[in-house]
Design a protein around this ligand. Structure first.
Ligand SMILES: Cc1cc2nc3c(=O)[nH]c(=O)nc-3n(C[C@H](O)[C@H](O)[C@H](O)COP(=O)(O)OP(=O)(O)OC[C@H]3O[C@@H](n4cnc5c(N)ncnc54)[C@H](O)[C@@H]3O)c2cc1C
Length: 256
């Protein structure tokens, strides 16, 4: 147990674990260090830590963190805990995916890393063995504008029905994007990302944003549940993607 915001829900549902191990005082897990162009966020880093200490270097993650739950939950809940819970609509997951972050894992067989957007393999299941610990998230520092667009049932204390993060990389003239809540896992819409690279000089055009939204809507693989039908989630994924691209395009210094 890290922040306990997921574990406590399970305990309240009657789950009876054979043991509970509190990770919150394990030395080093709460540390965050800058290593070149990457921020190494220890697995004990909370949403509040990201907002208060890393908003300038990780603006996408901070924008996503700002929409999570309430201040009380953000003070306790860790990003690593959210990934291990395996929620394919998690706010952190979208921002980590667009940032091309990596999950660092340690266990008796040594250390390994997994791309954040591939860490959740199906709802509620992640790429972690029972004897392994997530030790850190390695998040590249933003090298351009980043936007996070989320749709939920309301604006606070609500998980995303769907959310899209888009990061521009002006030096490379490319974009990276990640969609959550529109499939059983996080989705990197590679064809939509390629459109941005091909249309870089027309990034601010309304038509580019609309085409980007349409390609994202075509790329997703939504599941229906009580919070949204397949058609609604596909539609909203396209709307949010177009909105996020418009926001980053407005901030970008587009090379002639
Ligand atoms: C009221 C409420 C509102 C919420 N709203 C949102 C929201 O708007 N958006 C959103 O994305 N999420 C939301 N959540 C989910 C929340 O983000 C997660 O519950 C939280 O991030 C989990 O982190 P934690 O540190 O509390 O995990 P814990 O509850 O401590 O642990 C969760 C799971 O992860 C495992 N774990 C934790 N750390 C590690 C580690 N380092 N290595 C290996 N396994 C580990 C635990 O064993 C456990 O299985 C909400 C939760 C609540 C209770």
């Amino acid at each position: 147990m890290a922040g306990g915001t997921g574990v406590l829900v399970d305990l309240n549902r009657g789950v009876q674990p054979v043991a509970l191990i509190d990770l919150s005082r394990v030395a080093g897990l709460r540390d965050a260090t800058r290593e070149g162009d990457t921020v190494r966020l220890g697995a004990g880093v909370t949403y509040t830590d990201v907002l208060e200490r890393h908003a300038s270097e990780l603006p996408g993650l901070a924008a996503a963190a700002r929409t999570v739950a309430s201040r009380q939950v953000r003070n306790r809940a860790t990003l690593a805990g959210a990934l291990v819970l395996g929620d394919p609509s998690g706010d952190a997951l979208a921002a980590l995916g667009a940032a091309e972050a990596v999950v660092e894992i340690r266990g008796p067989r040594g250390e390994r890393t997994v791309a954040a957007d591939a860490f959740i393999t199906r709802p509620g299941v992640c790429d972690l063995q029972h004897d392994e610990l997530v030790t850190a998230l390695l998040v590249p520092v933003a090298d351009g504008p980043v936007a996070y667009a989320k749709a939920g049932a309301r604006n606070a204390m609500a998980r995303a029905v769907c959310a899209v993060a888009v990061a521009l990389h002006p030096a490379r003239r490319t974009a990276t994007a990640c969609v959550v809540g529109a499939g059983p896992v996080a989705i990197r819409p590679s064809i939509a990302e390629a459109l941005v690279a091909a249309s870089w000089d027309a990034l601010g055009d309304a038509e580019t944003a609309e085409r980007f939204g349409a390609l994202v809507a075509a790329a997703v693989d939504p599941l229906a549940d009580e919070r949204g039908s397949i058609a609604y989630r596909r539609h909203i994924a396209g709307v949010l993607a177009a909105r996020a691209l418009r926001r980053v395009a407005a901030e970008a210094v587009v090379a002639p």
